[in-house]
Design a protein around this ligand. Structure first.
Ligand SMILES: C[S@@+](CC[C@H](N)C(=O)[O-])C[C@H]1O[C@@H](n2cnc3c(N)ncnc32)[C@H](O)[C@@H]1O
Length: 299
């Protein structure tokens, strides 16, 4: 008699608290009391199991709902994660917000200057694009007609091309020389062509690009961009204007780290390259992190 009892306990331990033991072991005579106890225990366990299963199914439903919600949020809010190494703006700008936030601020300011609510119907060329506007447009879901970004940072453009799936946005690498960002690129001339084919745009913008150019390159760029704007289109760009004796000077030890120009020189440059200045605003208007900014139309 001792042996079957030992087997029952062994089965209880092995098979999970007596759930299966009574089915597997034949019990006789004096073991009836034990069997009844086991059956009662088994029934209680099954009831408890059922109750837990129902509770768990409610929890799974709630989990699945939350997972969908998180999934939607992550697609809307963090769809594009820009590696730190591709961030081009000055470090002090970070105090004003994330790159997507300061990018959105700049876009909003530019729209204000253009007299439009947003870029929902605009075909934009962002020249020297960096990552900020792509970050803002994708992660803040800003309205955009079409957005074309051009930059001389190959690795960054490849990253954006691979990681931005919205087909309204496209990115192009342009291998031209800049002392700071691409010293080994091809020499820039006024006849150089942008890598976008036969295109023209409603709006061409350059944020913190002329602030990193030698005077000849600034002139060439303005001349080149003129060929890519629609007749009713606009050019919006920032530049660092300083009072100075000459036309141009570097504000830091390294060429094009902080290129500054006189207002007269830039106005002359615009006139020479086929642009008319519609408005010029000073630095940080309404606290927006931007240098002096020009709104221009093609002449
Ligand atoms: C200070 S970052 C500004 C980036 C972006 N516009 C923004 O505001 O966040 C200057 C950018 O201009 C690009 N750049 C400089 N010279 C260029 C040129 N000749 N053609 C195209 N991009 C240029 C640099 O590679 C860099 O990404």
């Amino acid at each position: 008699m001792v042996k079957p009892i030992r087997e029952i306990f062994k089965a209880q331990t092995l098979m999970g608290r007596a759930l299966r033991a009574p089915r597997d072991i034949v019990l006789r005579g004096p073991l009836t009391g034990i069997r009844q106890g086991q059956q009662r225990f088994r029934k209680e366990m099954l009831d408890e199991q059922k109750r837990l299963r129902e509770e768990m199914s409610g929890i799974y439903e709630e989990l699945s709902r939350l997972r969908d919600e998180v999934g939607n949020l992550s697609q809307a809010g963090t769809g594009l994660r820009i590696p730190e190494k591709f961030k081009k703006h000055a470090a002090h700008i970070d105090a004003l917000g994330t790159p997507a936030e300061t990018g959105a601020m700049l876009i909003e300011y530019m729209c204000q200057r253009l007299g439009i609510a947003d870029l929902g119907k605009t075909d934009v060329l962002d020249f020297g694009c960096g990552c900020r506007f792509a970050d803002a447009i994708v992660n803040k879901e800003l309205p955009i007609g079409r957005y074309t970004g051009i930059d001389i940072d190959k690795e960054m453009i490849e990253f954006l091309s691979r990681n931005v799936s919205d087909t309204r946005l496209a990115f192009y690498y342009w291998d031209v020389q800049n002392p700071l960002y691409n010293p080994n690129g091809e020499a820039l001339t006024s006849n150089s062509s942008l890598p976008v084919g036969e295109r023209d745009f409603d709006l061409i913008c350059m944020f913190s690009v002329i602030t990193h150019q030698l005077p000849d390159d600034a002139e060439n760029l303005l001349r080149i961009l003129r060929r890519y704007v629609r007749p009713e289109g606009r050019l919006f760009f920032s530049a660092n204007i300083q009072d100075m004796d000459g036309d141009y000077r570097e504000m830091a030890h390294r060429p094009t780290l902080h290129s500054a120009y006189s207002a007269a020189f830039l106005q002359g440059l615009l006139a020479r390259t086929g642009w008319k200045c519609l408005s010029l605003e000073g630095k940080t208007p309404q606290g927006v992190p931007i240098q002096d900014s020009f709104l221009c139309a093609p002449v």
